[in-house]
Ligand binder design. Structure first.
Ligand code: TXE
Length: 479
């Protein structure tokens, strides 16, 4: 049984409580490792370590910070196979997905911000009255980074890398459901020579460790990705303390398919945007709106393709692995029941999958397509975050937009059409932070990432993340 430890002040430490939590392999349903059940006392130690490290790290020449971050990126790459296996085992995602996407992106995050910091400079301008303004971008201090389970190392490093690059120290908490690659990252940071206390990783439950990070008076900046309810909770605590916050929350993303689209391309990509990572990506398109002229043709082809997707042992060549936990499996399946109560017809899937052999107790769900639902019903309004999508026909552009914009969320949207004007027009009308036209999940790290409405507050990515993790200070000099 592998035991995970906290990473505080450069050392791997047991939790103060001495208690551990079980960590499950979702593909087998068995406990395979244990993680520290940390609490406020461990967070306190991490904050102390970060405070002690801050002055030196923030004054470390940026070339040197860059070298260390790029070294971490190299080591992630060198450990690709080990990290991908750990991610797949911890999360249930297909090993090939972790190998192709999660781990390379984690390395890319460190390399991107390790090099971005070399080009990140203060701004200055002359003003009337013979004066010059310049604006310093100073590291803020200790950043609190809290991340979810769906893309564990990828989203963990997405926050940590810019925070460190900008000269902050970090107290970070990965999801207790998928802690393993964050633990392996602490070993990598030690090997890369990251100075003690610059990054501290405290494992444990959200309401204990996450809450203690959020409440801590010496952590002035919080970056969080996770559920909207948790985000609300964090905002309620952090806002009266005037903390700087970036919240990346849920989504219920529309996928609008016009009759004039490249049918085969739209079909192929929609299978992916619906079911990649078992539908557990905040950017997955869970509501598919198809123009009536091609609705039946699309439906038949989509159902046929989805029925051919394989669900199985993530270590084998499968399309879908396990969903992340038993409670999550139950939650997702409860939405299928709700959809039926709301009048939905299940066109494909809808059930849990029981496998033979080592995965017989794993948490698997068939890729599921539902049609016949009103766009305002709960199934079409609430985030399911699993392999469940709905199909809805529309006649006009206005109708598609009305339905697409009808939820509390506004994270991402996808548009399929060959009409350039229409594509841009609809993109401008979609209330969402990210729009893909004739593609999905083409991610460029230089672009701002984040959502509108209840999908969050603030943007990360590119220089936006460096702006977020620094405090602008304007200095005006009379010449
Ligand atoms: O997320 P949580 P959960 C959505 C998805 C999912 C739902 C709930 O719909 O079904 O959220 O998932 C930490 N103070 N997304 O419950 O709890 C927690 O330990 C501070 C969408 O697993 O939000 C973990 O590290 N932190 C999403 C992190 O918050 C707290 C990805 C996220 O977990 C805390 C994940 C507290 N009081 C879920 N309580 C996306 N948008 O990508 C928990 N945490």
């Amino acid at each position: 049984m592998q035991i995970i430890e906290n990473y505080i002040g450069g050392k791997l430490l047991k939790p103060v409580s001495g208690e551990y939590l079980d960590n499950f392999n979702p593909a087998t349903g068995s406990v395979y490792s244990q993680i520290p059940d940390s609490d406020q006392r461990d967070v306190e130690m991490a904050v102390e370590a970060a405070k002690n490290a801050f002055k030196k790290w923030s004054e470390t020449p940026y070339e040197q910070r860059s070298r260390i971050l790029c070294k971490i990126a190299d080591l992630i790459e060198e450990n690709l196979d080990r990290l991908a296996l750990a991610e797949s085992t911890d999360n249930g995602k297909p090993l090939k997905l972790a190998t192709k996407v999660d781990i390379p992106r984690a390395s890319a995050n460190f390399r991107f911000y390790g090099t971005a910091i070399m080009h990140y400079a203060s701004k200055s301008h002359y003003m009337e009255g013979n004066a010059v303004n310049y604006t310093m971008r100073e590291p803020i201090g200790i950043a609190g980074c809290i991340s979810p389970w769906n893309l564990p190392l990828y989203l963990f490093t997405w926050k940590i890398a810019p925070a460190l690059a900008a000269g902050n120290c970090v107290v970070a908490k990965p999801s207790e459901v998928t802690p393993m690659t964050a633990y392996l990252l602490s070993e990598i940071c030690i090997e890369a020579g990251l100075p003690d206390g610059v990054l501290n990783i405290v494992h444990g439950l959200g309401p204990k460790v996450g809450q203690a990070i959020t409440e801590h008076t010496e952590i002035p900046v919080i970056s969080f990705t996770g559920g909207t309810v948790t985000g609300k909770n964090i905002a309620a605590i952090a806002a009266p303390m005037f903390k700087k916050m970036s919240l990346e929350l849920g989504g219920k993303n529309p996928n609008i398919i016009f009759a004039d689209c490249d049918f085969d391309e739209a079909l192929k990509t929609t299978v992916l945007s619906s079911f990649a990572n078992q539908g557990q990506i905040c950017l997955c398109g869970s509501r598919i709106f198809v123009q009536r002229e091609i609705y039946d043709k699309f439906k038949d082809a989509f159902v046929e393709k989805v029925k051919k997707l394989t669900v199985g042992d993530p270590l084998e060549q499968v399309n879908l692995g396990a969903v992340v936990s038993k409670p999550h499996q139950e939650k997702v399946l409860s939405y299928v029941e709700l959809a039926k109560e709301e009048g939905g017809v299940v066109l494909a899937g809808g059930n849990k999958v029981t496998l033979e052999g080592r995965c017989k107790e794993g948490y698997f769900i068939e890729p599921t397509i539902i049609e016949g639902l009103d766009y305002k019903c709960r199934t079409n309004q609430e985030e399911i975050f699993g392999p469940v999508v709905t199909l809805t026909p529309f006649d006009t552009e206005e109708e598609a937009l009305e339905m697409a914009n009808s939820t509390q969320y506004g994270l991402a949207g996808t548009i399929w059409t060959s009409n350039l004007k229409k594509a841009h027009r609809v993109a401008h009308e979609l209330k969402s932070g990210i729009v893909w036209i004739n593609c999905w999940l083409l991610r460029d790290l230089r672009t701002p990432f984040g959502g509108m409405k209840n999908s969050g507050v603030g943007r990360e990515g590119g220089f936006e993340a460096l702006d977020f993790f620094t405090e602008p200070k304007n200095i005006c000099v009379k010449l």
